[in-house]
Design a binder for this molecule. Sequence first.
Ligand code: XIL
Length: 648
Amino acid sequence: MRKSHITKVMAMALAASLAVGTAPAVYAADTAEPKVVYSFDFEDGDVSAFTNRGGDDTTELSASKDAAVSGETALLASGRSESWNGPAFRLDDKLEPYTEYYISAKIKGRYYTGAMMSFQYTVDGETKYSNLVQNLNGSDWMSVERVKVSFTEDMEGVYVYFEGGSDDLFIDDFVVEEVPAVEIEQDIPGLAAMFGNDFKVGTALVPGNLSSRSTMDLVEKHFYQSLTAGNEMKPDSVLNKAACQAYVEETGDDTVPQISFGAAKPLLNYCRNNNVPMRIHTLVWHSQTPDWFFKENYADDGEWVSKEKMLLRMENYIKVFFETLTELYPTVDFYACDVVNEAWLEDGKPRQPGEQGSGGSAKSAWVQVFGDNSFIEPAFTYARKYAPEGCKLYYNDYNEYMDGKMNAIIDMAKDLKEKGVIDGIGMQSHLDARQSLDAAFPSVAMYNNALNKYSELGLDIQVTELDVTTPENPKDADFAVQAAYYEGIWDAIYAHKDNISAVILWGVTDDQSWRAKQYPLLFDAEYKAKECFKSIVDGYEMPEVIPTNPPVIPTEPATTEPTTKPVEPTTPVVEVTLYGDANGDDVVSIADAAAILQAIGNADKYELSEQGKANADVCNPGGGLTAADAIAIQKLDAKLIDSLPVTE
Ligand code: XIL
């Protein structure tokens, strides 16, 4: 299989990259140095580019000569009443989306301070924040140096802000620079081109990665066959708490979770616009799933719901997840889905019951509600019922090569296979090269053994989250071990290629990895191929026909039993006053969607007025009310669409 004609491989790779139409990107010569876009030393006394975050009345921003790094003046935030009050700089009204910027600044408390630089934005009405730099501590000036930020066009109210303590905060020398694009190596083989006829080659991204031209050049060259959202399609990103609670308020029904793909939208749009197939990750998981999802009325302090109610929530979540996705993105190839993630422990037992945050990451609210792992089978049954055609269903886990866990997965998979509801096993493959090949965990032999065992099941295998850590602060020798180990693992994967349909790296460059301190990926922070990249391609030949992604012809959504009965078609007898306003309160909101669903479900009890019916009939006017009318209003409310179908 392997040959060592590396020169030939390289030459063919170049030809191949031209063949798939990925012409080398052209970069202006002057982009090598970061370009300064904003710079504030506050010497002119103007602090108007900053606002106070956190909405207290007492904080004041002013130019002060009490402390300064450059010159004599700094920005002072005084009178802060909460640790989250502080100077904020808005990005989305001044800078471009899909562009990377460096933020640098000097920060100081009046006395000793623990300060942070943080990031905030709003998508679909939900505000999110994260800490960019946390470990600023001291009584003197502290430096924030070239921290990368970016945003997408879907985000609004995007701020970088300073917080921490309740002491006065000084900021000086605040600089925003545009990160220069780096040209990626064109003279190396493309991974997807090289292996993509055997299995799809892909990666995981978060929306921020879309702003890095160089990262996306690497994606387009090496990983164009599959994309996984790093976090944005997990339950905590998809479930919309406010909408869930509003729906309960309106209908009294707390079994129909309300969702939004707002967080994933930039990635979904990328896949649609570039014809990249998507792996869906993940529907049912103990982690990154809010505890309130398992509580009465979706209240943080509610009682745990019954198993029966949770089954309804699960079914409706899976249903609305697939229905919404396929409706919004009919041309994206959702070819695989992790239905259940990480349900078995290393000893082959289910997780401990409990809240996710209650002592250790091993606890599972699913186990809390079901008592055991009996939630797995219905999850697959519902996924099979509602997933679009062509979307294969996987059980996904880490440490999947350890005996106890592996045997539990195999027993479960046999059972699910017999019931026809599973298509494959996702081997996460978060591996650890350590100091030597002998110490690597798992050994290549152990990993190979797992590949053998899962192959024997007669199910498909996907390597879903491959990365291989080095020790922290790695030296050259550690990278050499990593390369040798990656090579062994890759060869084992390749030897099982007939049973493997996709190999996905969990990220592109080391610095962007969730395990960045241990340099686990194939490309370094400068977008250069590492030794481990070279070791896996070395000796493989470029195929004559380079794989491309066939365009997706939209198919009819999976035919499912309607859960609500459409009412008899009616002709609007009254003139529409406001399309979407089913309950006649002169606004279009989620309450209208709820009123429609109630009317469809129980027309006797919840009949709409004639005016309401006319207003509500937004899809195919005159055709009568259906759930589609309610869904359209929900989508408008979640900002997934800009206008109702009838007004388009
Ligand atoms: C990780 C993400 O990469 C991180 O950004 C996040 O903080 C935690 O989750 N197994 C999985 C993935 O199935 O969803 C996890 O992703 C990594 C382990």
